[in-house]
Design a protein around this ligand. Structure first.
Ligand SMILES: [Zn+2]
Ligand SMILES: [Zn+2]
Length: 225
């Protein structure tokens, strides 16, 4: 199961998982840093040597399908429908209807971001995790995160910086405050810029959240629950 597939993610993923074994791809929103590697994944599924049985389920937010088809129409001579539909089953999710994939229950909640965006909670038996996607502090995301084992939360703004005007992202401090309110066990910060020292994020988050606290990076592997 993949939550978001930004540029570079597919190449990294291939070091751990054969692409024909992916169960589903969930895209939280249609900002390029969250979905562009759907394109190389499509080429791998279409022309690669690893063959999967049937099409791959690609879950998009309600506004996602039209946007993706428009984008690929710029470079797909076979037409945007063939380009995508040959290898993907495009499915649209919303915040009202949980989705079950191979026993994993997925629930969605809208976030506070510049475009339509959804956080996603994944549960299997008594184990649960939530991925914030991109969001400013959000009561809806806190509600969705309640009691999760793992909260993978963005901290785009750095340790404690604030955002002027319309909100769409969190600092590490704000992520930690959401984690505390939601009562999660573990917080892992992600979606931060290369100029931000990870240690500074973790240090600030630990001031506000007493649970286990870490920072994500390429190739990080976590066991949930
Ligand atoms: Zn975004
Ligand atoms: Zn983003």
């Amino acid at each position: 199961m993949i939550f978001d597939l930004g540029s570079g993610a597919f190449a990294n993923l291939r070091q751990f998982v054969d692409y024909h074994r992916i169960d589903a791809v969930i895209v939280t929103h249609m900002h390029a840093d969250h979905f562009l590697d759907i394109v190389p994944l499509r080429y791998a599924l279409k022309y690669g040597s690893l063959r999967r049985h049937g099409k791959l389920d690609l879950y998009l937010p309600p506004s996602g399908e039209a946007m993706l088809r428009t984008l690929v129409s710029a470079f797909a001579p076979e037409g945007p429908s063939d380009f995508l539909d040959e290898v993907f089953n495009i499915r649209i999710y919303d915040e009202k209807t949980p989705v079950e994939i191979k026993g994993l229950k997925l629930s969605f909640s809208r976030t506070v971001h510049y475009i339509e965006t959804f956080a996603v909670r994944a549960e299997l038996s008594n184990t649960s995790m939530i991925y914030s996607a991109d969001t400013a502090p959000s009561e809806d995301v806190v509600k969705l995160a309640k009691g999760c084992n793992l909260f993978l939360c963005e901290s785009t703004l750095g340790p404690y910086e604030t955002e002027a005007g319309m909100r769409g992202h969190c600092s590490a401090r704000e992520a930690a405050l959401m984690a505390r309110e939601a009562g999660v066990e573990q917080l892992v910060l992600t979606h931060y810029g290369s100029g931000i020292p990870p240690d500074a994020l973790a240090e600030e988050a630990r001031r506000h959240f007493s649970g286990d606290c870490g920072v994500a990076d390429d190739f990080l592997q976590l066991v949930v629950g």
